[in-house]
Design a protein around this ligand. Sequence first.
Ligand SMILES: [Zn+2]
Length: 66
Amino acid sequence: MNSTTVVKDPVCGMDVEAATAAGRTEHKGHTYYFCGSMCKEKFDLSPEQYLGKSVGTAKSDHGCCS
Ligand SMILES: [Zn+2]
């Protein structure tokens, strides 16, 4: 089998292979992979902080309009 799934470490933004990821955790039914245990620990402490960042939905940093 040569199916390599590359996912993004939500903490540091690095690309990691799911099969060889140093850490993984499940959050709300989704599995996240990490480059190392440090990133995993950070994510476990405050997953929302890292999930809200990359997905640009309903978040406005500046209130100049609307
Ligand atoms: Zn990382």
